[in-house]
Design a protein around this ligand. Structure first.
Ligand code: SAM
Length: 245
């Protein structure tokens, strides 16, 4: 199990090809991000640049990606070198965000769930709030604090499974196992409650906090029924949050 992405950069990139990522995760996150045309955008925990590239392609003028993993940033930079989009990628820790500039929009896909404690979450939220201009928005997707991971059903037919210890409290590790054609790999993140998140956003200076349920892209119904998707839509292991500074 790892929170270090350096050894799993390629595997993680391939896990983004699973259909639920496209039709639920990506669809909902980009809907919440809205039209980035003309905006400056920071992607925190950008990984190998999955969303960073999409936001740039959709018209954001200035785009920067930050990630803790040197390996992830190298993979992002390799793709930037192959297809130059003018995105800046830097290695950095969101608990001490190394960004002086202020942006119109900051996004983070699966960052906050790496906070093991309220203090770590607060540091991340403070840095994110500081990265935004007044009125700027923060949009994120995470493991859902409302989902009871110790009692998780199987999500195997979507290509992943989740589990956690029955000692369910703040800081309890959550394991995500992704099944790829060449075998599974695990990542680990952590549980903090929804109230802890709300308090951290407010203390960081966000005026509005809205939680959003996952949405299914209409294209997701081309090959699968609503019943197929329902485990990811009702009582979902992921949630989306939008905050306005
Ligand atoms: C699940 S991956 C998501 C990557 C990307 N956002 C995506 O959706 O493809 C989580 C990423 O968070 C990064 N990460 C974890 N803790 C971090 C921290 N404290 N600061 C910055 N990045 C962090 C990891 O290195 C990893 O690349």
């Amino acid at each position: 199990m790892t929170t270090n992405y350096d050894p799993i950069t390629e595997q993680y990139k391939r896990s983004k090809q699973q259909p639920w990522r496209t039709f639920i995760e990506c669809f909902t996150l980009l809907e919440l991000a809205g039209d980035p045309q003309g905006l400056s955008v920071l992607d925190v925990a950008c990984g190998e640049g999955f969303y960073t590239r999409m936001i740039r392609e959709r018209g954001a003028t200035r785009v920067m990606g930050v990630d803790l993993s040197q390996g992830m940033i190298e993979l992002a930079q390799k793709q930037e070198a192959q297809n130059q989009q003018g995105i800046d990628y830097i290695v950095g820790d969101a608990r001490e965000l190394p960004v002086a500039e202020q942006f119109d929009l900051t996004i983070a896909a699966y960052l906050l769930n790496y906070a093991r404690t309220r203090e770590e979450l607060q540091s991340m939220c403070n840095g994110i709030a500081n990265s935004l201009k007044p009125g700027g928005r923060f949009v994120t997707v995470n493991s859902s604090p409302m989902f009871h991971f110790p009692g998780s059903p199987s999500f195997r037919h979507f290509g992943f499974e989740t589990s956690a210890s029955t000692d369910w409290q703040e800081g309890t590790p959550i394991t995500w196992t992704f099944h790829l054609e060449d075998g599974p790999f695990d990542i680990e993140n952590y549980h903090l409650t929804a109230d802890t998140h709300e308090a951290a956003f407010r203390a960081a200076g966000f005026n509005e906090v809205r939680w959003h349920a996952p949405q299914l892209s209409p294209d997701g119904l081309t090959n699968n029924t609503p019943e197929y998707w329902s485990p990811l839509l009702s009582n979902s292991p992921i949630t989306f949050i939008e905050c306005v500074k």
